[in-house]
Write a protein that binds this ligand. Sequence first.
Ligand SMILES: [Zn+2]
Ligand SMILES: [Zn+2]
Length: 423
Amino acid sequence: MNYQAPRGTFDILPDEIHKWYYLEEIIRKNAILFNYKEIRFPIFERLELFQRGVGESTDIVEKEMYIFKDKKGRTFALRPEGTASIARAYIEHNITSSQKNPLRLFYLGPMFRYSRPQKGRYRQFYQFGLEYIGNPQPIADAEIIALGMKIYQDAKVPEIKLEINSVGCPICRKEYNTTLKNFLLLNKEKYCSDCQRRMEVNPLRVFDCKNETCQNLLKNAPRMIDNLCSACDNHFKEVLDLLKKMNVDYNVNPNIVRGLDYYTRTAFEYKINYLGAQDEIGGGGRYDNLIEYLGGKPTPAVGLSGGLERVLLSLDKSKVHIPKEDSLDVFIIPLDSEFLTQSIHLQQELHQKNISVIIADTQTSLKNNLKYCDKNKVKFAIIIGEDEMKSGEFVVKDIREKSQKKIIISEICGYIFSNLKLM
Ligand SMILES: [Zn+2]
Ligand SMILES: [Zn+2]
């Protein structure tokens, strides 16, 4: 049998890993700048958490979850996103009980969705997220949105655009839902079957439809943004005003919806121009009612999440230079296994100074070992053989300068250390 990675998953090979470090480092660094603390939560949770926390009527829960039973017959699912788990952890550990301040959290890790794999979309995919819990004010929305933007800009994502909308609150949305439903029912049979079902269950979700006919029919639909209550309207205007003050460009897009009750007010998406079409690479919004909905005290919150794969693809496509991690400092080449003891001692001494060192395989010829150094941009090679042991002087090759020097054993460490510092 030929084993392959499961469809929709991929290996990140050593040659590619520096790109992931690059992006992850930018995410971590920026999160920490704003005092977001990392939270790590399980890869799987009880299925009910996602059914309730992501929403029964969403595509994710309806079609895309990896569900399994454990040996005791309990049903779990691989996490399809992070927010439900964070709300669960927040409630379970009562995180803010001892501190009145809002909580800022970030996460980074794999998520799982059973959907049709295509370029940049996978069944195991990597996501980062930021959550700001406990602050109902527009400044929290603006902070999250601007921080997301800063991450994409620092990573040099080309032509990143922000679209923003308000989805109101349960009060103004209830009224709007009725208005929208009446509008949709006027031409019910012209919509796709998915939409016909959605308009009964959750009319807002019709806006998610990718079908062109449906999109055309929706052009004249009543918009949530024109039907906000005055509290929601003010909140939205303040968020936009703060974004302006932060120099964050945006477009208001009334078609961004979050068809679930616990999503409130601000909703936004980050888009790039990818393969000729606008592609969403991240997004988020306010979810003031989720924590209460999952059994906690009423707690306002706002957050965002973004996938890493499409960001990396867009960096590749626009040829953004991503630095590779530093190459190996020292390669010790013992000419025979009898010189291993000496090699190990030298390696340990160099490691003490944080110099990266490996010892060559004595079955490989000196020629091939030196070729390896050339190819992998190793900085120094130290050769240990019979003559070197007798004289107490080792040959230290500076691979990039293509020069070499004989140096007394006791001085090698200092020599390498001071030379590395000069590089
Ligand atoms: Zn409202
Ligand atoms: Zn449709």
